[in-house]
Structure formats: C-alpha cells, structure tokens
Write a protein of this length. Structure first.
Length: 152
C-alpha cells in the first residue's frame, strides 16, 4: 500500500462517514485497521497530513456540530477553523469605552535604521574591537615569581 492508496482509503472512510454508514465505534476500528495495514505494508508511520485527516475523522461529530450553543453545552468543545473564526468575529473588542486597551502587549520590532543608530550611540563597534584585541592570541610572557623579573 502506498500513500495514494492510503489517501484513497481515507477518502472512502470520509465518504462513508458523511453518508452515515459508519458509527463512531466502527469508524475508530476502521481507522485503527487502516493505519495498522499501512504500517505493516510500508514499515513507517503515515504522514502528518494523513494523520491529521484521520484525527479529524475521529472527531467528526464534534467538528461538524454547527449549533450556536456548542460552547455552552459541551464541556470541552472542539471547533473547526470556520467555527473559530465566526466566534472571534462575534466577540467583543479588547477596548473599553474609556479608551484603555486590554490586548496582550506585543513588542514592536525595531527597524534596521533604529538598530544602527542604537549601535552607534552605544559604541558597540568600539567595545567589540577592544574585546577582540583582548581575546586574540597574546604573546607568552615569562616572569620569575620570586623576583618579579620578566624574561623575553
């Protein structure tokens, strides 16, 4: 079994689920059997995109539940991307009437020009030159500990 055949079988599972032929327990068994067949045939796990499709198929009822009270009625609701966008569209803004903003603070990224100006002011180039001079290979100096005399 190669990846195209595996994708075709996933499509068949999706079609059967949409027609209502595969209840939840039977669907789980079919998904388990399909992944085991693929692993036995190829010796490796399915690709992440394929596993994502199978996981969404496992949660088919939760993802396709379009009731507006899903968040209130379900303890741990699972939203599709479209449902999440709809919820965010209807949520209140993070701005109060007094003008205060209650968004998560996000640090502004400095431009290259600002970074250059800051580097010049901080004299980072001079500091970098001094550090390089200090850490490069130095000549070996020998001296006598008793007399303090330096030998060349």
């Amino acid at each position: 079994m190669n990846t195209t055949q595996f994708n075709a079988k996933i499509d068949e599972l999706w079609a059967a689920t949409k027609r209502g032929e595969l209840p939840r327990a039977a669907r789980f068994e079919a998904i388990e059997r399909l992944t085991n067949e693929y692993i036995a045939a190829t010796g490796k796990r399915p690709e992440p995109a394929q596993l994502d499709r199978l996981a969404t198929l496992c949660l088919y009822e939760e993802v396709t539940d379009a009731t507006p009270w899903k968040t209130k009625n379900t303890e741990y609701p699972i939203h599709s991307e479209e449902q999440r966008n709809q919820i965010e569209k209807n949520e209140a803004r993070f701005e109060h009437a007094d003008g205060n903003k209650f968004r998560k603070p996000v640090r502004r990224k400095r431009s290259d020009y600002e970074n250059t100006v800051i580097d010049r002011r901080a004299m980072n180039a001079e500091r970098k030159r001094k550090y390089r001079d200090f850490t490069k290979v130095q000549p070996v100096v020998r001296w006598d500990m008793n007399t303090g005399e330096i030998y060349e």
